[in-house]
Design a protein around this ligand. Structure first.
Ligand SMILES: [Zn+2]
Length: 104
């Protein structure tokens, strides 16, 4: 898994990680490693820590849409994790069609 490959340049991925921290999604080691990564970047963690973050921090929340199968971008990842749907499919599923008027 290489979710972190572009971590240092990927603002959305950083925000995603920060959101996991803010929401207290991460516990114990996971929280500490995520914090370290955010503070020091990829160069600040070793291979073992990186592998841990990939599997224990990112992977559990890495979701794809149950409807269209697309993987959302990081900014929408937590919503997709919560709802099981990407933004477009969620909108489609929750948009109520206006009633058809029975015109006599
Ligand atoms: Zn979808």
């Amino acid at each position: 898994m290489t979710h972190l490959a572009k971590f240092d340049e990927d603002e959305e991925l950083r925000t995603f990680l920060q959101q996991l921290l803010n929401d207290k999604c991460l516990i114990n080691g996971a929280e500490r490693f995520a914090q370290k990564l955010l503070e020091h970047g990829l160069d600040g963690i070793d291979a073992e820590e990186r592998a841990f973050i990939e599997t224990e921090v990112i992977e559990p929340y890495y979701s794809s849409c149950e409807d269209c199968g697309k993987t959302p971008n990081w900014a929408d990842m937590l919503d997709t994790y919560d709802t099981g749907l990407c933004k477009a499919c969620f909108k489609k599923a929750t948009t109520v069609k206006p009633p058809v008027l029975d015109v006599a």
